[in-house]
Design a protein around this ligand. Structure first.
Ligand code: SER
Length: 595
């Protein structure tokens, strides 16, 4: 048996032996990136470096990264989908390319010194080519030279073998590696193209050579990069001879905690098993999101809304298992205990995680009670309907106004001999979803790797603003968050009281003075401790590499930061503070533009 801890260690050790620097994974909540709610892949925090910035730790990197993908929350419950997962990743920033990347993957997977997987159970896919780029014969040749038989290589289209994290940003053809999860050995000719259900993807090697600037334009990156991502949960699954991530040591203890509180034995009823899996996934994801150093609380917006949905869905499925009252703290404690070694922030934030879970569960249970009460009020009228049909509009009202889930309205209706008009409900629901999707698409407008000139200017303006705030308000001002779009910047910082009009005016004037001085912006790399000793500002609670980049703006500011920045402050234009308001207790928010 191999545990997740052992796999993480082996992966890091293997790539260390190939001269990769171990870097630390980052927060689940991306700093300075308004385009996504969560870190969705190991490469996400590395986007600037894939686009050409130099990385302080060098050109060969390896790490493990917690990730959250929210695209398919409603699909979680089947044996494969997860909302929250870990990615083991290695990168070459303009160093080695396809040949070595493929050779490293093969060695790590099959060598007796490392994972010792049976090579007969491995297959790969490579890009079949299209108008953007040719067929990736080069990767196929390298696969054959390490020993991959011809018939285990499938050539697939861009939908399978072209990887991009967002509508813009670094991208390229990839080669994906699969493990056989069917019975016995795979028959001759079997691969992902001929028999998709029996092959589980475990690793993806992306050859990032392009930057997608917009829908029509693909430009070559300055360097040929490698970005690989290995799914930790899936690899643990195949290494332990299992076919579902939920059968592994990663989920079994969480499932045992759910069995304990519900009295239900996993494996006896397929519908209830799905509920157990949903709770297990959602409680793990919520624990990671709330327990992040930049953790969010359940709310009605952004990442907070995602946690709210996860917790509420878990509670609903808890009810299906017959659980009354709050129950998520038990399984959450198991998550903290099992993953706290690799992610110490979970242990540090334990009390907050448990409190937030309980609070949200209680709130939702109250919602459910309220919804039931509203339903009862509607009941006499409903019963007058001779067809015994409850209108979809009313069911939607319960959902929209009280957050009452449709499945529960269905249940209450049927207990009273009625049926909900589902097509009508679905239509109202779809309209509502289209509206929220339109909102979400706005969020993605800039693309994952928005490094346009304008956003770069805002990055530099953020440094000027932070220093000016410290000068006017005092050294207690610490950055709590930052969010930049092409149109504006937002900066959250610790300060106990609203700023006076005079303070706002002074801060604005100081920033504009530094712009007028046309100060040079320079970068140096140094050890983290040296950087701090030299007076550079760093984010409290952020994980940094041992060697960091320090950006200095003339004689005015010095900050640890990944970049990018403009070369001179004179390029910024006029800095205008539009608003100063409260963000949360003890945290103020400034919204500003460059005109
Ligand atoms: N970025 C690629 C992925 O997420 C490989 O790391 O699959």
């Amino acid at each position: 048996m191999i545990t997740p801890d052992q796999l993480r260690t082996k992966y890091l050790d293997f790539f260390k032996s190939k001269d990769h620097a171990v870097i630390s994974g980052k927060s689940l909540l991306p700093e300075n990136d308004p385009t996504v709610l969560f870190t969705t892949a190991g490469m996400h925090p590395l986007v600037p470096y894939l686009l050409g910035e130099s990385h302080p730790a060098g050109k060969r990197l390896v790490d493990y990264q917690k990730c959250v993908r929210t695209g398919d929350i409603d699909e979680v419950g089947d044996p494969a989908h997860l909302t929250c997962f870990e990615m083991l990743g290695n990168w070459s920033l303009g160093d080695y390319f396809k040949k070595d990347s493929i050779a490293y993957s093969w060695e790590f997977l099959t060598s007796g010194d490392w994972l010792a997987l049976d090579p007969r159970k491995l297959s790969v896919t490579v890009f079949m080519g299209d108008d953007n780029a040719p067929r990736d014969d080069e990767s196929a040749t390298h696969w054959k030279s390490v020993g991959m038989p011809d018939d285990r290589i499938a050539y697939l289209p861009a939908s399978d073998n072209w990887w991009a994290a967002g509508p813009t940003g670094p991208c390229g053809p990839d080669t994906e590696i699969f493990y056989w999860v069917g019975d016995g050995l795979p028959p001759a000719g079997s691969n992902k193209g001929t028999d998709p259900a029996n092959w589980m993807e475990i690793w993806n090697n992306v050859f990032m050579q392009f930057n997608r600037v917009d829908e029509r334009t693909l430009v070559k990156l300055p360097a040929q990069n490698v970005d690989t991502g290995m799914g930790l949960e899936r690899t643990v699954t195949v290494l332990n001879g299992k076919t579902s991530v939920y059968q592994t040591e990663i989920f079994q203890p969480i499932i045992a905690a759910i069995e304990h509180v519900s009295g239900y034995a996993y494996g006896t009823d397929p519908a209830k098993d799905a509920s157990v899996r949903i709770i297990a996934d959602h409680v793990r994801a919520s624990t990671f999101i709330i327990g992040d150093p930049k953790g969010v609380s359940p709310s009605n917006v952004g990442a907070g809304y995602v946690v709210r949905r996860l917790i509420r869905r878990a509670v609903r499925h808890g009810k299906k298992l017959g659980i009354e009252g709050s129950f998520l703290a038990g399984p959450a404690m198991i998550v903290i205990e099992r993953f706290g070694g690799a992610y110490p922030e979970l242990v540090e934030n334990r009390a907050r995680v448990l409190k937030e879970l309980e609070r949200e569960e209680a709130k939702f249970l109250e919602t459910l009670q309220k919804g039931e009460h509203e339903f009862e009020k509607m009941l006499p009228n409903l019963l007058r309907n001779p067809q015994k049909i409850m209108s979809g509009r009313l069911a939607f009202k319960l959902y929209d106004t009280y957050g009452f889930p449709i499945e529960l309205t269905d249940e209450l209706a049927s207990e009273n001999g009625m049926k909900v008009n589902r097509p009508e409900f679905d239509e109202a629901f779809k309209k509502h979803q289209e509206l929220s999707r339109a909102g979400a698409e706005q969020t993605f407008k800039g693309g994952l790797a928005d490094q346009s000139e304008q956003t770069t200017k805002y990055h530099t303006a953020t440094h000027l603003l932070q220093k000016a705030l410290r000068m006017v308000l005092g050294d207690h001002v610490a950055q709590k968050g930052s969010n930049i779009t092409v149109e504006r910047m937002r900066f959250d910082f610790a300060h106990p009281a609203p700023m006076t009009a005079d303070e706002v005016a002074r801060v604005q004037a100081i920033v504009n003075e530094q712009i007028a001085r046309d100060l040079p912006v320079t970068m140096e790399m140094m050890g983290l401790e040296d950087a701090k000793a030299s007076g550079a500002t760093a984010l409290f609670g952020e994980k940094y590499e041992s060697v960091v980049k320090v950006y200095t703006i003339g004689d005015f500011s010095k900050e640890v930061c990944g970049g990018p920045h403009v070369e001179r402050t004179g390029l910024l234009g006029k800095f205008v503070i539009q608003k100063e308001q409260s963000s949360s207790a003890g945290v103020r928010r400034i919204r500003a533009v460059l005109e």
